[in-house]
Write a protein that binds this ligand. Structure first.
Ligand code: GLY
Ligand code: MN
Ligand code: MN
Length: 431
């Protein structure tokens, strides 16, 4: 395993939170993600379902968790199923969990091979009134291919049409939003690896190389520090490419005098970091670039202070928009008079800043939770204002990851170079 062992106590506590909120006479069934098809006889590298990982720590395909807390037989109240391995599987694919290992990782009371699942689950279902199932719920995402969970839910509803079905998603969303100390530790590790990668980029970026060469430096640092890889496909966008918000081609040559926007984050033990920095390719910001950069940095610092208990992402986004608008006036992009006279349905700022400031972060880079969730200590959010002036080929975003706490915002990326002078000195090899 690439990441350090997480004590099973975390997953035991996570399951307890869920069991405490279930209706009486319920069964919960949570499935591992599918292995997803790449091409030929290949799968994509496996990524566990974030909910399954949250509840069990099992980082392997073909695992199932069943909870049936009111079952009269104690050993059937909490069961993990894993695929039975054999010599041929070990020869071709290597090691898979033994029953003892699956128990050690998850802390589950009972662990069984997967081939006993159908019979066991039938008993659990027939004793229960409510069946809690998970489907991937994300208002901003849809996929043509039905997930394993969705296929399973459809099949189960056909087989057991008279049960009451409940969604796990609202419960798991509520729990996953507030991170436990072990989770913060994993996220901090992801952030620390991400910082190392940025420092490497500062040393190696220069005019004439390709964007994908910068991407390779990031990947090198991630993999050599035990990250599973990127938490999302990295954006390495030089010049005007930085104005394409989801630019991931990373195939252009770096031009002397341009800026380069880098949005990347390591995934460590399935937890994400999410960093953005914008740096001058030749190591020195020109006057206009510096003015624009410092405008975004001022907003980023003020926005960080808004990330406190009691507020919402929606409110933060509104405030940040006002801050960015004032900076845009300062940069001469439009005037205060223009703003007064603007059509409120099509505000001036939107041309140069068209995304939100924050999203939740955790097992997923865009983690569970809506913009209306009231912030509580333990939640982690990105803070990422930006400025995109296409006609000047300038795209700037600065992003750190902020832990909400009672004692003020805690920046998990606070040691990553951010000031103009610091970036320039490091690029010159002075620091
Ligand atoms: N890297 C994705 C984001 O910043 O939201
Ligand atoms: Mn990002
Ligand atoms: Mn982000």
């Amino acid at each position: 395993m690439r990441y350090k062992n997480i004590n099973a106590d975390l997953f035991i506590r996570n399951r307890k939170k869920l069991v405490n909120k279930l209706k009486p006479n319920s069964v919960v069934i949570v499935l591992s993600n599918d292995e997803s098809q790449r091409n030929g006889d290949q799968f994509h590298p496996y990524r566990q379902s974030s909910d399954m990982f949250y509840l069990t720590g099992l980082d392997q395909e073909k695992c199932i968790l069943c909870l049936c807390p009111d079952h009269p037989t104690e050993s059937l109240r909490e069961i993990v199923f894993t695929v039975q391995t054999n010599d041929s599987m070990v020869t071709w694919y290597g090691h898979k969990y033994s029953l003892e290992q699956a128990k050690e990782v998850s802390g589950a009371t009972t662990v069984k091979w997967l081939d006993s699942f159908d019979d066991t689950v039938k008993d659990l279902i027939l004793r229960s009134e409510n069946i809690y199932l998970n489907t991937y719920e994300n208002a901003r995402f849809s996929c043509d291919v039905a997930s394993r969970e969705l296929r399973y839910a459809k099949g189960l509803k056909k087989e057991f049409p008279l049960h009451n079905y409940e969604r796990l998603n609202p419960l798991l969303t509520e729990f996953r939003l507030c991170k436990e100390p072990e989770e913060i530790e994993m996220m901090q590790q992801a952030c620390d690896i991400t910082e190392k990668a940025f420092r490497r980029v500062l040393k190696t970026t220069r005019p004439g190389i390709m964007e994908y060469e910068v991407e390779a430096e990031i990947t090198h640092e991630f993999v050599s520090n035990g990250a599973g890889g990127h938490a999302y496909y990295p954006i390495v966008a030089s010049g005007v490419n930085a104005c394409v918000l989801h630019y991931i081609k990373n195939d252009q040559r770096l031009k002397n005098g341009d800026l380069i926007l880098l949005d990347f984050g390591a995934e460590y033990g399935n937890y994400a970091a999410d960093l953005t920095r914008t740096i001058p390719i030749n190591g020195k910001f020109n006057k206009r670039q510096k003015d624009c950069y410092n405008a975004v940095l001022r907003v980023m610092r003020k926005a960080t202070q808004l990330i406190v208990p009691g507020t919402t992402i929606e409110q933060i986004n509104k405030e940040v928009t006002k801050l960015m608008e004032a900076e845009m006036i300062g940069l001469g992009l439009f005037t205060a008079k223009d703003v007064k006279e603007q059509n409120p349905d099509s505000p001036m700022y939107f041309k140069y800043y068209m995304h939100g400031n924050s999203h939740f972060l955790g097992l997923d880079v865009h983690d569970v939770g809506t913009r209306q969730v009231v912030l509580k200590p333990g939640m982690v959010l990105s803070c990422e204002p930006g400025l995109y002036i296409k006609e000047e080929e300038i795209g700037i975003r600065i992003e750190n990851d902020i832990l909400v706490s009672e004692n003020g915002p805690i920046d998990l990326l606070k040691n990553v170079p951010i000031e103009v002078e610091e970036i320039e000195a490091l690029m010159k090899g002075k620091k």
